[in-house]
Design a protein around this ligand. Sequence first.
Ligand code: NAD
Length: 499
Amino acid sequence: MAKKKNTEEPVAQKPAGGLFTYAPAPESPAAAGDIASSYGHFIGGEFVDSSGSEALKTVNPATEQVLAEFAQGTGKDVDRAVAAAREAFADWSALPGSERAKYLFRIARIIQERSRELAVLESMDNGKPIRETRDVDLPLVAAHFFYYAGWADKLDYAGFGPNPRPLGVAAQVIPWNFPLLMLAWKIAPALATGNTVVLKPAETTPLTALRFAEICRQAGLPKGVVNIVTGDGRTGAALTAHPDVNKVAFTGSTPVGRAIAKQVAGTRKKLSLELGGKAANIVFDDAPLDQAVEGIVNGIFFNQGHVCCAGSRLLVQESVQDELLAALKRRMGTLRVGDPLDKNTDIGAINSAEQLARITALTEAGEAEGAERWSPACELPGTGFWFRPTLFTGVSQAHRIAQEEIFGPVLSVLTFRTPAEAVEKANNTPYGLSAGIWTEKGSRILWMANRLKAGVVWANTFNKFDPTSPFGGYKESGYGREGGRHGLEPYLNVEARDV
Ligand code: NAD
């Protein structure tokens, strides 16, 4: 029987670059599994209703459709979650590390098995392209649990003295830009070291954390070891202020990090802060320019630029400025902006209307201050929150777009003549999270890396993450390290190591 022609069949579209045509390659939203119409919290191993009646909504930023309602956690909900974590702590911390490791390995394996479901759900809730959730976020999430599972029975050899002890209950608050990955960065080391946790996901992206709660049940994790309480900053503040938590781990903006530091000051809570950034991606005239262009694009357009360590300031050596910018503009012309569930999409949706407004306001300030704005021609979908990949030239160090974190697909270009000038300009920011250096000279890489005030310095690459490698900031980018052996320390009572 002849196949009926589907008149709604998608038509191949010509991207702005005009070089290739791509037929749409949509991933099915059904792969995200069942999304409930409303969610409560996950406390003591059970999904429970909130003690309050306020509900928030999470929307798909590419379609503006409501995906689900979820509870605005109250002080009572937080009390209950912290009590459940406290109760679970005695048994969990007394388990041999090799036993805790088995749970972490099990969680890692389930994440791998359910990675397509989680990737699609993350793309729908966050707006990031499926190519990134599938190929970057989810593999890294699983890798984090595998990695810290490996540490759980080797803590005696981690460099913190014999038999290092956990802290107790960890309060963990995360942002919306890498919802499941930030959860993994927080929960995996906490559990490996014998702590129990209460985690609050961001209010625009709660769904993968709630799905992770199901995974904890599937893995048979003892009740109360992981608790998830949803809500906005009010719930976050109630959690970080709770008198019965021993550790506060926060990833998010610098102003909120500062407020939490004040709140925690004078208590015995241990605190780690992973905050904002304004990284310099520094290109010397001897760099392989085509490779550098790929690194610049990855540095600022990956995840719509919603990346704390994004290479948001390009510092290019004056002698190659014209050549590099011409190549960069050509490359930006080939970026496809649109449906996050299309496997060909490079730049997905901006996570929320509020974030879009923030990006828009800062780019308008860039123009008002006299920088020159450029974007490739590209059609944006009619509904949802979108922003064209954008480049600013003629940027001076005093401009707001050179100083403030835009957290969007916007690159500010500055120039330099000498390595010393590059270092000075790169460090001229209140932040210090990451930097990139592009040059073929190894000695220059080392010279620069020694002088750059950044927690991570990439050489001839950018935005490379690995669970074995510590990550964290200088100055207003925060303190404490996540990842690697260093990532164990924030969850261990190193002062009591000889006890
Ligand atoms: P945000 O600070 O507004 O919110 C982060 C989280 O904190 C959310 O869960 C929010 O509900 C909660 N929160 C808000 N007010 C709070 C309060 N008073 N007390 C406790 N919790 C509170 O940040 P955001 O807009 O969600 O995320 C973007 C920011 O996160 C950017 O600045 C980015 O650079 C930063 N970030 C940093 C890293 C890193 O590792 N350094 C990683 C990812 C994101």
